[in-house]
Design a protein around this ligand. Sequence first.
Ligand code: FAD
Ligand code: MLT
Ligand code: ZN
Length: 468
Amino acid sequence: MTDLIARLGEAIGASHVLTDPHDLASYSVDWRGAYRGTPLAVVRPGSTAEVSEVVRLAHDSGVAIVPQGGNTGMCGGAVPSDDGSQLVLSLNRMRAIRSLDAGSATITAEAGVVLQELQSAAESVGMLFPVSLAAEGSCTVGGNISTNAGGTAVLRYGMMRAQVLGLEVVLPDGRVWDGLRSLRKDNTGLDLKQLFIGAEGTLGVVTAAVLALQPATPSRATAWVSLPSVSAAASLLSVLREHAGDWLSTWELVSRPALELVVAHGVPDPLTSEADWFGLVELAGPAGADVGSALEDALGAAVEADLVLDAAIAGSASQRTGLWSLRERVSEAQESLGPTIKHDVSVAISSLDDLVSRLAPALEAALPGVRPVIYGHVGDGNLHYNLSRPASLDPDEFLAHAAQLSTLVHDATVALGGSISAEHGLGSGKAATAASYKSDVEVDLMRAVKQALDPAGLMNPGKVLPLQ
Ligand code: FAD
Ligand code: MLT
Ligand code: ZN
């Protein structure tokens, strides 16, 4: 291995090949401290040619590679194994916006560009890059593509996959596939880029992408609402759509325990309502769009239909930021309770109420006092059904129940025709679970694709598909 490290240093500069345990620390563990590994080394190539050379050298030495972007993933996908055998390939030096074409509404960005930088680049030409999530200050374009990230505007713009027009990928043997096309229409055979979107680095390293931009939406109207039930939250979607049409960009749900956590972290609650469910609604339109009236009309109709109990509409930019914090800070606030057993499930919107009502008694029976902290992208039928420990249990005692509790959540979701990972992917944490719910045919197809692109099994092994 000393040989490989030396050759990597010659290829990309010794200062970009990290081997000192102190330098490896932040690349070896995910942001929650839930997944830990020990890399052989961390390599930080600065160009596609350098990524290609690193991957070729590792391939020729039979060494596995774990691509890493902002390391904000939820399922351990960017964390190496703990046996010191895998290289972490960080994309954090590849941060160029290669081109921005406002006329064609496209932007070409390297994989290490941070999502917020991409959004700012779009804004600088009066346009919008619509994928938005609470980790946008750290997560990267390459990570967003590789996890097919969702976020808070999916109901209007779709997931990351919907924004990708073209990709540049370094294949597992080091060859470069230049698929950086900015076409809206291209039916020349298989749409290969789709293979790499959501593949979590198991089929190659994404080095750059052409992404579609949208017209800017400077007119915003934002409200925080309290609701009588989850079924009201589901029905509210139709009312919002009726009044706001395509202006509806965000419909997010927050349960009372989730809200209480955020409030305990210093975010003021404008409603101080006794309700069990809350939500964030945002309408966004072009300059001059009367989104405020549309929101008031929609909420008025919802109150009359008993779908909304109370509402606070942001009257200023800072109030809007405050309302967004009530939703976006839940994830971070829940970490203060100790380890979280995370679930990222989706069902048809009409089945959300059923899911929540089935799970509450089943979880309480399995572990009395367990604390569900439910929130998520209700407009997409996607709930983060996260669990915190009962006050009576220490973290290890709680985690000993993880498999049993997760099986209850996943079984109930799948029984309703849902998915056990709506937007976070599988990483190492959920690979085996997902395979256990898929048919043999589906798992075989996934393995066939992996075998075709990565016959040596060196690209992020054990992620997405469990090792055989
Ligand atoms: P990483 O964590 O570094 O990597 C994720 C996976 O992609 C790994 O398997 C890694 O190997 C692979 N990968 C990374 N870069 C590349 C590349 N260039 N080529 C090939 N493979 C690569 N996610 C959502 O979908 N919706 C949300 O609303 C959301 N909210 C979040 C809120 C918070 C507070 C946090 C911390 C995370 C949230 N996430 C959410 C999860 C996370 O931010 C996303 O999964 C994000 O897309 C990961 O990007 P990253 O650059 O951090 O990727
Ligand atoms: C979010 O939407 O806030 C994240 O995807 C959820 C999480 O932290 O579980
Ligand atoms: Zn989410």
